[in-house]
Design a protein. Structure first.
Length: 262
């Protein structure tokens, strides 16, 4: 049966998630949801399980316990075909976000279209070129290979590929890591613009304090194997937890705050 997506339903909800590798427990009783239309920044120390959480929410790693719902549907209860359909509603930019090096930018963006649609190739090309335009790449970049692109352009091309199927939800794992501040700011602005244009709900894993200040509606903190708080940045900064206090109380955080970006 085809999957009917109710766009007013809660985009993503995770309850009581338990994930582990062998005896190494990564998440325990983790609860988390994405409010529709919001950009939620996810922070947490290195190795706390941010990427594993994203993979778990995507169904790439089965949790040992708990429940994940998209638009009110329990992932577990969907047929393989319905999950495939659900996947078209979720765009992903993985950490490091590798493009296929043997494909041009346009061909990279066409990969999800080929996988999930049977549109004529000419139309796929046009859709890919539209996405190239939307992420602010010049039209000529369509026929370039990833090795021809700067770091910032690669991120944009990866973003264009994640948006190929016009998803409702976008997962981004450290998209501005490795970009210079100018490139990172431009990428943040792009995310904000795309959220408006495409009505996206976004989970944005980041280490970038500027991104939290300028781009995120809410900030979620992954610490002690669960999401300890999801709230506005001022509320999160005031949250009494040693890691949170250290993270937001450090000199880099103060610099970002005093730059008036709150
Ligand atoms: N495939 C795997 N097998 C075993 N352990 C893993 C695997 N992937 C991740 N881990 C462990 O899970 C923890 C969280 O990793 P990760 O989600 O990548 O952290 P981060 O918050 O930096 O994104 C780390 O301690 C890592 O060693
Ligand atoms: Mg990670």
């Amino acid at each position: 049966m085809a999957l009917k997506i109710d766009k007013t339903a809660s985009p993503m909800e995770a309850r009581g998630i338990l994930t582990q590798f062998g005896s190494n427990v990564i998440h325990e009783d983790l609860n988390f949801h994405l409010p529709r239309g919001e950009i939620v920044g996810l922070v947490g120390g290195s190795g706390t399980g941010k990427s594993v959480l994203m993979n778990t929410l995507l169904g790439l790693k089965e949790p040992e316990g708990g429940m994940i719902r998209y638009f009110g549907y329990d992932r577990e209860e969907l047929s393989a075909e319905q999950r495939f359909e659900l996947n078209t509603q979720i765009g992903v930019l993985f950490q490091g976000g590798a493009l296929f090096s043997s494909l041009t930018v346009r061909e990279n963006i066409m990969v999800p279209l080929r996988e999930h649609t049977d549109l004529p190739v000419k139309l796929m090309r046009e859709l890919a070129d539209m996405k190239i335009h939307m992420v602010g790449l010049p039209p000529q970049s369509a026929t370039l290979y990833p090795s021809d692109l700067s770091g910032g352009m690669k991120k944009r091309a990866g973003l264009a590929r994640s948006l190929a199927l016009d998803p409702e939800i976008l997962f981004l794992d450290e998209p501005t890591a490795g970009l210079d501040p100018v490139g990172a700011n431009a990428f943040d602005e792009l995310i904000l613009g795309l959220r408006e244009a495409m009505d996206l709900t976004v989970l944005l894993i980041t280490h970038d304090l500027d991104t939290l200040y300028t781009t995120c509606d809410k900030v979620a903190v992954l610490v002690d194997k669960h999401i300890a708080i999801v709230d506005s940045l001022p509320k999160v900064i005031a949250y009494e937890h040693p890691w949170v206090q250290e993270y937001f109380g450090g000199p880099r955080s103060r610099a970002a705050l005093s730059a008036g970006k709150t």
